[in-house]
Structure formats: structure tokens, C-alpha cells
Design a protein around this ligand. Structure first.
Ligand code: HEC
Length: 130
């Protein structure tokens, strides 16, 4: 009888702490969102957030060649980080239209929408260059 009561108590405690955790994690989310939006984001974070929320193409798919932070350590691939936003934008448009041709880059550019290009250009321009 005592053991059963103890078991029930234990079950009650763990159920409470579990709901406590759930409640806490449920509360933590909107709180972080509010504090994040009231503080000005740094340009990289802002561009990244924009890219993640609106871009169909994630910068991760460019990282294989251009480096995870837009800095390439292979001379075959140009670094994109910190480059002029308009230059990045125009280059992608040129690869997409066929005005500029590169066996590796042209197929990448063909799958980009105008918005992807704008967001990717803003993102890479905001990253710190070498
Ligand atoms: C398979 C490898 C590869 C991938 C993946 C790739 N690129 Fe490229 N990219 C290249 C190469 C190679 C060049 C240089 C082409 C040349 O010299 O004409 C280039 C050039 C560029 C340029 C012009 C840079 C400059 O300095 O003029 C931009 C901008 C660019 N890529 C953006 C992107 C973006 C954004 C993505 C992702 C959507 C991407 N690339 C994915 C290989 C790649």
C-alpha cells in the first residue's frame, strides 16, 4: 500500500515536472521572438533570416563551392562574402540569362528566381569578407 502511494506520488511529480517543462518551453519561444524583434539584428543575421524565410534556395546549396561563410579556399571558386551586393546580383543574373557562361555556375543560376538572387546577393554581401 505504501509502495503504491509512493509510486503514485512519483508519477504525479514526474507528470508535473514534465508539464512544467512543456509549459516553460512553450513560453520561452514567443518571449525570444519578441526580444529578438525589438533588438536590431546585425546585417548578416537579418539577411540570413530573410533568406531562410523567403528564399527557395538556401545558401547551403552554394556552400559546397563557395564555402560555408562565402569564403572559398579553392581558387576555382570565387569567394562571395563581403562582395558588392550589386555585383553579386548582376553576376547571378548574367549566369542565369546565359550572358556569362560557366560549366559549374550556370546550372546553379538557372534554378534561381529573381527573389532568390536578390536575397542571396544581400546575404553574401553582408557576410564579412576576407
Ligand atoms: C558546383 C559549384 C558551384 C555551386 C554549387 C555554386 N557556384 Fe557560384 N560559381 C561557381 C564558379 C566555378 C564560379 C566562377 C565562374 C567563372 O569564373 O565564371 C561561380 C561564380 C559565382 C558568382 C560570381 C562571383 C564573382 O566574383 O563574380 C556568384 C555571385 C555566385 N557564383 C553565386 C552562387 C550562388 C548564390 C550559389 C548558390 C545558389 C552558387 N553560386 C553555387 C561554382 C558554383
Amino acid at each position: 500500500m505504501l509502495t503504491k502511494a509512493a509510486f503514485q506520488l512519483k508519477a504525479l511529480i514526474s507528470a508535473c515536472s514534465l508539464s512544467g517543462v512543456l509549459l516553460l518551453s512553450g513560453c520561452a519561444e514567443p518571449e525570444t521572438a519578441t526580444s529578438a524583434s525589438s533588438e536590431p539584428l546585425d546585417p548578416v543575421a537579418a539577411a540570413q533570416q530573410e533568406l531562410l524565410s523567403k528564399g527557395r534556395i538556401r545558401a547551403a546549396s552554394c556552400a559546397a563551392c563557395h564555402g560555408p561563410q562565402g569564403i572559398s579556399n579553392n581558387p576555382m571558386y570565387p569567394s562571395l562574402a563581403g562582395q558588392d551586393e550589386n555585383h553579386l546580383l548582376q553576376s547571378m543574373l548574367a549566369y542565369r540569362s546565359g550572358e556569362k557562361v560557366n560549366a559549374l555556375m550556370s546550372p546553379q543560376a538557372r534554378s534561381l528566381s529573381d527573389q532568390d538572387i536578390a536575397l542571396l546577393a544581400a546575404y553574401y554581401a553582408a557576410l564579412p569578407g576576407q
